[in-house]
Design a protein. Structure first.
Length: 264
């Protein structure tokens, strides 16, 4: 945790999250401001970390803070990273974010992360920074992270599917694979699987394994298209339950991780 007043109370009681659309506008402006000030690592941290803007209180009064909840595994990873780079985060990254928020007239008292005691579904972590990407893909992945925490995975599935579609388009463009402008995710995936040079191997065992797994992933992507239209917020639908929505999101994240390593 970081505080702007180390001698004051460290007590935090979050009392209300600032609406996502309002926070997103503030966050993007803070990133722009830090970029213009050449605060590279600080704006990257704010861009890549799923902070939410909350109102909070303690016995000394009310304030705002950057805050999010996460599972135990991610919490301990964040904890270790902060311990390894204590002076870097406490002396540079967090103060730069605080200063940007102050300049935008939204002063914050704390930057904090907390274990989510209700987290019961193990999830594949979202890619932090894809090698091949686009602005739309990055925005969709950020939106999904916020929605998973604030509204549940079923509300985020449409954004994750959008990120997958945009990512597959970016892969095709990068590799010079010609596809129709309106090609869906399953079609894009099929062209990448069949035509991308980085997926050609000479070892027969590796090839058999890869073909089998990617055929299964193709069926997964095919199954996601009707689910997106009939079980997500893409339309006024009844939503998937939490476990099934997380299953779909984890499948997409797994594919993103694999392609990011294999096809860059």
């Amino acid at each position: 945790m970081f505080t702007t007043n180390s001698s004051g109370s460290q007590e935090i009681h979050p009392i209300g999250r600032v609406p996502v659309h309002e926070w997103e506008a503030i966050r993007l402006n803070a990133i722009r401001l830090m970029k213009s000030r050449y605060c590279h690592d600080a704006w990257k941290h704010l861009e890549e970390t799923p902070y939410e803007l909350w109102g909070g209180t303690n016995r000394f009064g009310k304030f705002e803070l950057l805050f999010y909840k996460t599972n135990i595994e991610n919490y301990t990873e964040v904890e270790r990273e902060n311990e390894r780079n204590l002076s870097y985060f406490q002396g540079y990254v967090y103060p730069a974010i605080v200063e940007a928020m102050q300049t935008l007239h939204r002063p914050i008292r704390f930057i904090a992360v907390e274990i989510d005691p209700s987290d019961s579904i193990q999830s594949v972590p979202a890619p932090k920074q894809l090698e091949i990407t686009s602005e739309a893909v990055d925005a969709a992945l950020r939106d999904a992270e916020v929605l998973i925490r604030s509204s549940g995975p079923a509300n985020a599935l449409d954004r994750v599917h959008t990120a997958l579609h945009g990512y597959l388009e970016a892969l095709c463009n990068k590799a010079g694979i010609i596809v129709k402008e309106d090609a869906n995710a399953a079609t894009l995936f099929g062209r990448i699987r069949d035509d991308h040079p980085a997926l050609r191997v000479t070892d027969p065992q590796t090839q058999r394994m890869r073909v089998s797994i990617l055929r299964g992933m193709a069926q997964t992507i095919e199954a996601l298209n009707p689910v997106r239209n009939e079980k997500t917020l893409a339309h006024p639908n009844p939503l998937l339950d939490e476990a099934d929505a997380m299953l779909a999101i984890n499948a997409i994240r797994t594919l993103l991780h694999y392609f990011d390593k294999r096809l860059k």
